[in-house]
Ligand binder design. Sequence first.
Ligand code: SF4
Length: 340
Amino acid sequence: MPDVSSLRAALLDWYDAHARSLPWRAPPGSGMRTDPYRVWLSEVMLQQTTVPHAAPYFERFTARWPTVSDLAAVEDSDLMAAWAGLGYYARARNLLACARAVANEHGGVFPDSEAALLALPGVGAYTAAAVAAIAFDRPANVVDGNVERVMSRLFAVQTPLPAARPELKRLAALFVSDERPGDWPQALMDLGSGVCRPKSPSCELCPLAFGCEGLKTGEPARYPLKVKKAERPHRLGHAFVLRDGEGRIGLVRRPDKGLLGGMVGLPTSDWSATPDFMAPVDADWVEVGAVEHVFTHFSLTLTVHVGTGGGDFLWTEAEDALASLPTVFRKALERGLAGQ
Ligand code: SF4
């Protein structure tokens, strides 16, 4: 297990030298606290967009509504218009509800504990922790996707997401401390966005490289591990394009239960790894190729055979059949007609 206190010290040193200058941020080590209104507003905006996109909105909002009470007094429609381009209007509505709760129930002053922040409308665990830490210098475990990624790499966590979330949160909590509690999450955020990036981490620039287990594996970008989607099984089958003396197509209604249940289709064999030929009638069947189709739970290759004959079928003009059959049968019919 990497040495947590050395890693913490190394990242804070790096942050002192490389912190991004952001409109809502107090410079590291300045001892200045950021206005909780500005921290909260920036965090809500950043939940759905990037720093370069959010920054001009943030500047406009804070110029127009310098305090949370100013924001609370705005007409809903004005806020929605100002929010346009940031997406997720539900979040804008929550923003207003929260501003009004702070203005009306807290005298325009944001509460300074994580628990009280969490009780505000629309404020989730992440935002409450971020505001408590960054605005009030409270030790808080601020965990978003960036922090999860850094933790999963730092400790080479073998559990895939999403099951790894509680473990990643526990690991992030190891770094929470009374020392510079507000700078710590911001340092991690900067590392996650600028160095330990999702696809191409710049490990050669990373202040944590000396203790990073993910880097030791040689493939840090593999982390966080994700559950592999189960591979779809593949099945085979035969489809039969039977035509009568008038060129009509012999169709069948499928059993009510099962895939495409109750629908009209071409006669087929079973669909399995080793299907039986099972032609619907005796005829001089000619194989004319195969079609592929992907269902939700398996993929299918249907070998198409054409023949001429009669019998108890739903005799349908080819044009009508093409217009009405489910896709898998339409593909097979097209193949059959082209192959004749
Ligand atoms: S060494 Fe690489 S993988 Fe490890 S934390 Fe730094 S950037 Fe991320």
